[in-house]
Design a protein around this ligand. Structure first.
Ligand code: AMP
Ligand code: TRP
Length: 334
């Protein structure tokens, strides 16, 4: 049976190869297998402070990136989250059935709120409820994401189960689809932490739009180890991460890669990796530049996407409101 696929990406920071390899590229590859919906989640973005003018531009830029990566608007729906108000509305209703205890367990909140301390917003805490609303509104079966989002998708599933058992069958139970390889691309400078869109050290993040010289420089500076042996070994996070990136760009098997670099030095491996990444990203970068010349086209596509999908979201929201008992009863008399 065909299931609906839904995933989202925040229109913030630098779109990096972790986003690309674990999410965007896979969305494009599998889009025709199911009915696919991809959402640029600007309401999630404002859980931390954003520059208003920049945020709108970022929505457009992210859409350009999704299109450049091969998401076909004839096949998939792309839209901006805030253009379908049912997301925020369902999030509120879900808030009222999610126990605080579930939310307090969310690792991403613990990590992000550490960075923002007392300034962390209530929205940042509530982030997973909005994400659950995104997913459940479309009766989504499959949610393709990176490893860091697994816990949030599980929460959405738990919320769906809780709602269904309290109010009767309403929501499909969603499942996270996480790639076996590359579900967590690590930082180049600190390979013990995931590569992240928003970070201070630019050399830690390999941007999808980085020009060739920058890609070369960043990869050459990437942290490895003194062992000098090029082998897939998760215990050696730096070289392992670079090998995983090589694997995903080359589509070669692990053994073949290890053989290719047997007895060779890190410098040579890094140089070849850099060329592989540069060539891998070249067509995407070219398409992105081309697409961004016609922002009106991208804007229209996003609005059409929202218009196509809004009735589905509103249908679910109305069912939910009925079940919860919101609004007026059927009235008698004039
Ligand atoms: P975000 O950058 O938080 O908007 O994430 C967009 C998508 O990229 C989500 O599916 C994330 O799970 C995925 N993602 C983010 N960072 C990484 C990373 N370092 N490695 C793999 N996937 C990632
Ligand atoms: N929280 C996700 C991230 O940062 C983005 C997101 C928002 C999402 N809503 C979603 C992903 C719904 C999948 C499904 O990566």
């Amino acid at each position: 049976m065909k299931k609906r696929v839904f995933s989202g990406i925040q229109p913030t920071g630098t779109i990096h190869i972790g986003n690309y390899l674990a999410a965007i590229r896979r969305w494009a590859i599998t889009q025709a297998e199911h009915e696919s919906i991809f959402c640029i989640v600007d309401l999630h973005a404002i859980t931390v402070p954003q520059e208003p003018k920049l945020l709108k531009a970022k929505n457009l830029e992210m859409a350009g990136m999704l299109l450049a990566a091969g998401i076909d608007p004839e096949v998939s729906v792309i839209f901006v989250q805030s253009r379908v108000s049912a997301h925020a509305e369902l999030a509120w209703i879900l808030n009222c059935i999610i126990p605080m205890g579930w939310m307090l367990r969310m690792i991403q909140f613990k990590e992000k709120s550490q960075r923002h301390k007392e300034q962390a917003s209530t929205g940042l805490f509530d982030y997973p409820a909005l994400m659950a609303a995104d997913i459940l509104l479309y009766r989504t079966g499959l949610v393709p994401v990176g490893e860091d989002q697994r816990q949030h998708v599980e929460l959405a599933r738990d919320v769906a189960e809780r709602f269904n058992s309290r109010y009767g069958p309403t929501f499909e139970l969603p499942e996270a689809v996480i790639p076996e390889v590359g579900s967590r691309i690590m930082g180049l400078k600190d390979p013990t932490k995931k590569m992240s869109k928003t970070g201070d050290d630019k050399d830690n993040v390999l941007g999808v739009l980085d020009p060739p010289d920058q890609i070369r420089a960043k990869i050459m500076k990437a942290v490895t180890d003194p062992l000098r042996e090029i082998r897939f070994d998760p215990e050696r996070p730096g070289i392992h991460n670079l090998l995983v990136i090589y694997e995903l760009f080359s589509a070669e098997g692990r053994q073949a890669i290890e053989q290719r670099f047997a007895g060779k030095g890190y410098a040579q491996f890094k140089a070849e990796l850099a060329e592989m990444v540069i060539e891998g990203l070249r067509p995407l970068q070219a398409r992105f530049c081309e697409l961004m010349k016609d922002q009106g086209y991208i804007g229209r596509l996003l609005e059409e996407g929202a218009d196509r999908i809004r009735p589905v979201a509103e249908g679910t929201l109305n069912t939910v409101k009925e079940k919860v008992g919101l609004g007026l009863p059927v009235l008698r008399g004039s």
